[in-house]
Write a protein that binds this ligand. Structure first.
Ligand SMILES: N[C@@H](Cc1ccccc1)C(=O)O
Length: 537
């Protein structure tokens, strides 16, 4: 059988009875590890080799660990100095012992803490006593460090990557070697896991988890070797010289293995929430809406006062809003401020009634991060943004809002709201509900439920619920209603306006099946979930 040279070398180095790690095989075959790895997989694909994967834990001395191999662990040095000073007979001044132990800087604390932990003695009001029976000479942590250092030094040249690493529990794989590479005895075989944990937490050892691939010959591999394999003179690269000399005509080219494993490449992609937002915009534009735009930090006037939210409403306390320490807004339309104040104090219409509670313009001018994008609806409906409006009008935004909520599976402190409103001559609740049914249908959500609700600014008001595809639970997806006269009249709007705020993340939960809103965005986002998530409507 003719095979490419690296494959022949690997096949010859492999054994039917001993599992060998690829690194070792590479060395025995005189190949670079990458070349050997490639050859191994090609031979596996041809059925000549078996490849097994074993997890292995390796330990490596840190710089500090190495330093203690030479100098001794600080607590052991302290113990020795203590015994020399007679602290096993009677307590000795601590300062004296520390000086004698030649500890300095952070070593003093390290020594004292571990001295106590290991029961080498006691420290009491500045005096140190040592337990004469303690066996600091065979301190298990020190023994482990030294064993590891010796093994690393001994392995030295033989060690494939030249590091101080020692393979411990992958020893089935590592010990079988016959390639004559150093000693594969596990230097930490006798060391308790507790001791290793302690050394890792003391930062004296680094722990690495590694996957080791080990290789054995299959029956077919053994047969091939017995029948004889020789290196095929294949060429893997066409050179200009071959072309000019015409040699290319006579050589055999290496075949490409188009089925070989290749590293997985993950390109960037649009975040599923952004995909959903774009889709929402398309749907709303398709339904005849135009997009609104406006400040994230805005005057309370636009965020709350225009919405007939009393200034002593609980949602307006500092608990709920993110107030900003910036100068108050200056340019509020005077007429509108007067109208809004009058609505709050006296109400609107013939038999209207206001809140009869204090209303302060200063309070209205203070700036905060918007808790909803209804502030944009107010700006647009007031005519300050796009001039006076003749019905019908339809506007929307898909923008961020900020609430001082408690983070949980359905709440974020920053999220996106799908704001919208329709102004027309004559609107009813049926128009409102119909709009949502039409909207959500575009996302495959056909089971939208409505629950009567209360908002200071809409009457009637409805909360919207949708069913989560995997948990089957109804989750709140939005809030809506018909703006009250107390909102519309000060704005100078003489027609009906229906409006809503829908949560983009909740919509994405329904369409992607995310059960926890925190998986979608923010610092806790689940990258594996996001990589696979697509907006599929
Ligand atoms: N502002 C409301 C949503 C809403 C907007 C407009 C009218 C009615 C409700 C909220 O954040 O929950």
């Amino acid at each position: 059988m003719k095979l490419p040279e690296p494959q022949v070398a690997v096949l010859n180095a492999a054994s039917a009875t001993e599992e060998q790690p690829i690194d070792r095989l590479a060395q025995a075959a005189g190949l670079k590890p990458e070349t050997a790895t490639q050859a191994v997989f090609e031979l596996r694909d041809d059925g000549l080799l078996d490849v097994a994967e074993t997890a292995s834990t390796e330990y490596e001395l840190t710089e500090e660990g190495r330093a203690y191999v030479d100098a001794g662990l600080p607590e052991v040095r302290l113990y020795r100095a203590a015994v020399d000073a007679g602290a096993d007979e009677e307590p000795v001044q601590m300062g004296q012992v520390i000086g004698a132990a030649d500890l300095d800087g952070p070593e003093v604390d390290i020594a004292l803490a571990n001295f106590g932990r290991k029961g080498y003695g006691n420290i009491d009001s500045g005096e140190l006593s040592a337990d004469g029976d303690a066996d600091a000479g065979s301190d298990p942590e020190a023994v482990a460090l030294v064993a590891l250092a010796n093994a690393a030094d001994g392995a030295g040249a033989g060690d494939a990557d030249g590091s101080d690493a020692a393979d411990t529990d992958g020893s089935d794989a590592g010990d079988a070697g016959s390639a004559g590479v150093g000693s594969d005895e596990d230097p930490l075989a006798d060391v308790d896991d507790d001791v290793l944990d302690q050394l890792v937490s003391r930062n004296l050892l680094d722990r690495h988890e590694r996957t080791v691939r080990t290789v054995t010959l299959t029956d077919a591999g053994v047969t091939a070797l017995m029948e004889g394999v020789e290196a095929a003179e294949t060429v893997d690269r066409l050179t200009p010289e071959m072309l000019t000399s015409g040699e290319w005509r006579d050589v055999e080219f290496t075949e490409y293995n188009v089925e070989a494993d290749a590293p997985e490449v993950r390109g960037g992609k649009t975040h599923v929430l952004r995909q959903t937002a774009e889709r929402v915009k398309d749907v709303l534009v398709g339904m005849g809406f135009q997009e609104m735009d406006g400040p994230h930090a805005d005057a309370d006037f636009w965020i709350n006062d225009c919405l007939f939210m009393p200034q002593d409403h609980p949602a307006r306390t500092h608990w709920d809003r993110f107030a900003l320490d910036v100068p108050p807004i200056e340019d509020l339309p005077e007429d509108l401020v007067d109208n809004v104040e009058r609505a709050h104090r006296e109400g609107v219409g013939e038999d209207g009634d206001g809140y009869h509670s204090p209303w302060s313009e200063d309070f209205a001018r203070a700036i905060a991060l918007r808790g909803h994008t209804t502030s944009l609806s107010m700006r647009y409906l007031s005519g300050t943004q796009i001039g006076d409006l003749e019905p019908p009008q339809r506007y929307f935004s898909v923008e961020k809002v900020y609430r001082n909520d408690t983070l949980d599976a359905t709440h974020l402190l920053e999220f996106f709201q799908i704001e919208g409103w329709v102004m027309a001559e004559d609107l009813s609740v049926r128009d409102l509900m119909g709009t949502f049914v039409e909207f959500y249908e575009q996302f495959g959500i056909t089971d939208v439920q409505f629950k009567p609700h209360y908002n200071p600014y809409t009457e009637p008001s409805f909360e919207l619920f949708g069913r989560h595809p995997t948990t089957g639970e109804l989750i709140e997806i939005g809030n809506s209603g018909m703006f009250r006269d107390e909102v519309l009249e000060p704005l100078g709007v003489e027609h009906d306006v229906m409006a809503w705020g829908l949560a983009l993340e909740r919509l994405a939960m329904l369409t992607t099946g995310a059960e926890d809103i925190r998986d979608l965005h923010g610092t806790l986002a689940d990258l594996d979930f996001l990589r696979g998530a697509e907006a599929t409507y």
